[in-house]
Design a protein around this ligand. Structure first.
Ligand code: AMP
Ligand code: MG
Length: 347
C-alpha cells in the first residue's frame, strides 16, 4: 500500500481526502495535541480491525474514541454522570480521556471486549476538522507500532507505518507530547488509569478524591487483570534495555557517569548533557526544570537510540508531580520499571 502524506498547510484538499478515506473504512494517521493517532471509523468493525493489524496491537487493548463536539458523547456513552460533564467543562477540548459505560453503537472490537469506552474531545483543530469532515467518531490509539515509543511527528508515523496505512496527515509536532490522561468514572470513586496531559492535581481540583491505579507505578504481571489493559504491556521501549536512575539531576548524572560502559547511551536533561564524555550517544529530553518541555520531547528522544549501536541506556527521570507524573510513567515503562532510586534511605 502506498501511504499518502497529506499536508493541510499547503494542500486545501488534504482534510477532505483524509475524511473520505476514513468514511471508506481506511486507516489514517492524524495529528492531535497529545501524540499522533491511528484513526478509523469507531463503529466500523472491519476498519477497526485494520488499526489492530497495522499496529500489531493485542486485541484486548481498547481504543479511545475521538469526538469533535461534546454532544457526540450521547451517541457513544450509555450514561453521562455529572462528573463527566464537570470534567469536560474544565478540560475539553484537551488531553483527557473519560471512561464510561458504552452503547451498542460502539462494537466490542473498539473497546477491547469491554462494556466501557474511552472518549476524548481533542483540542488540535486539525483533529477536530477531520472528525467533523468524516462525520463519524474516530477510534484512534497512538500511531506507533505496538510496543514502540508513541509518535509526535508525521515523520515518526511514517517510520513505523509507511506502507501499512492509507495516509498520514501532517499537523506538525504535537504540543503536549504524551498521551491523554485516562480517568474512569465507571466505579464508586473516579480512578486515574493513565497519567497524561491533564495532571492528577487538575483532576482532583474538579473531582475531589481520585484513586490512582497501581499499574501506573509498578510492573503488572501479564496474567493479571488490570483496569486499563494497555498498562500491562511492554511499552514505549527503544530496542536497547533502559535503566532509570532517579534522584536529583546532579545525583543521577554522577551515578550514570560512574557506571557507563563502552556501548552505553544516556537519556538525560538538556542541562546535564555536557557532563557526559563526547562520543557517547546522549539524547536529551528538555531542561530538568521544565516538565512540559520534557513531555514534548521524551518520545522523540527515546526513538533516537534506535538508529545507534547502543546496547544499554541509562535514563534520568523527573519527579512524579504535575505532568512529570506522565513523563516519569512513560520512561519507567520504557525501562520495564527497572529503576535505581538514589533517594531511598540507605541503612
Ligand atoms: P493508546 O491511545 O494507544 O495509548 O491506547 C489507549 C489506552 O487507553 C488503552 O491502552 C487503555 O489503557 C486506555 N483505555 C481505552 N479505553 C479504555 C476502557 N474502556 N477502559 C479502560 N482503559 C481504556
Ligand atoms: Mg499507545
Amino acid at each position: 500500500m502506498n501511504t499518502l502524506l497529506l499536508t493541510p498547510d499547503t494542500d486545501p484538499h488534504a482534510i477532505a481526502t483524509a475524511a473520505s478515506l476514513l468514511r471508506r473504512g481506511e486507516v489514517v494517521g492524524i495529528p492531535t495535541e497529545t501524540v499522533y493517532g491511528l484513526a478509523a471509523d469507531a463503529r466500523n468493525v472491519d476498519a477497526v480491525h485494520r488499526i489492530f493489524e497495522a499496529k500489531g496491537r493485542p486485541q484486548d487493548n481498547p481504543l479511545i474514541v475521538h469526538i469533535a463536539d461534546f454532544e457526540q458523547i450521547y451517541d457513544i456513552a450509555a450514561e453521562v454522570p455529572p462528573e463527566a460533564k464537570a470534567l469536560a467543562d474544565a478540560y475539553w477540548p484537551g488531553p483527557m480521556t473519560i471512561i464510561l459505560p458504552k452503547q451498542g453503537t460502539i462494537p466490542m472490537v473498539t473497546s477491547g471486549g469491554l462494556n466501557t469506552v474511552g472518549i476524548r474531545l481533542p483540542s488540535h483543530p486539525m483533529a477536530r476538522d477531520i472528525i467533523r469532515a468524516a462525520g463519524v467518531p474516530l477510534a484512534a490509539p497512538s500511531a506507533n507500532l505496538s510496543g514502540r515509543p508513541s509518535t509526535t511527528t508525521a515523520q515518526h508515523v511514517m517510520e513505523d507505518l509507511n506502507g501499512k496505512i492509507a495516509a498520514v496527515v501532517d499537523g506538525g509536532p504535537c504540543a503536549v507530547g504524551v498521551e491523554s490522561t485516562v480517568i474512569s468514572l465507571c466505579g464508586d470513586t473516579p480512578r486515574l488509569l493513565r497519567p497524561g496531559g491533564i495532571s492528577l492535581e487538575q483532576l482532583e481540583a474538579v473531582l475531589g478524591t481520585v484513586a490512582v491505579d497501581r499499574a501506573l507505578r509498578e510492573k503488572i504481571d501479564d496474567t493479571e487483570k488490570v483496569s486499563a489493559p494497555g498498562m500491562k504491556y511492554r511499552h514505549y521501549a527503544p530496542k536497547a534495555p533502559v535503566t532509570v536512575v532517579f534522584g536529583t539531576p546532579a545525583q543521577s548524572a554522577a551515578y550514570i557517569s560512574a557506571h557507563l560502559g563502552e556501548h552505553s547511551g544516556v537519556l538525560c536533561f538538556d542541562d546535564c548533557a555536557a557532563q557526559f564524555p563526547s562520543g557517547l550517544t546522549v539524547c536529551t529530553f528538555g531542561r530538568s526544570d521544565d516538565e512540559a518541555e520534557q513531555a514534548r520531547e521524551v518520545f522523540d528522544a527515546l526513538r533516537c537510540f534506535d538508529s545507534t549501536d547502543v546496547t544499554e541506556i541509562f535514563a534520568q527521570c523527573p519527579p512524579a508531580t504535575g505532568i512529570g507524573l506522565a513523563v516519569s510513567n512513560r520512561i519507567k515503562k520504557a525501562a520495564g520499571f527497572h529503576v535505581i532510586d538514589l533517594t531511598e534511605d540507605k541503612p
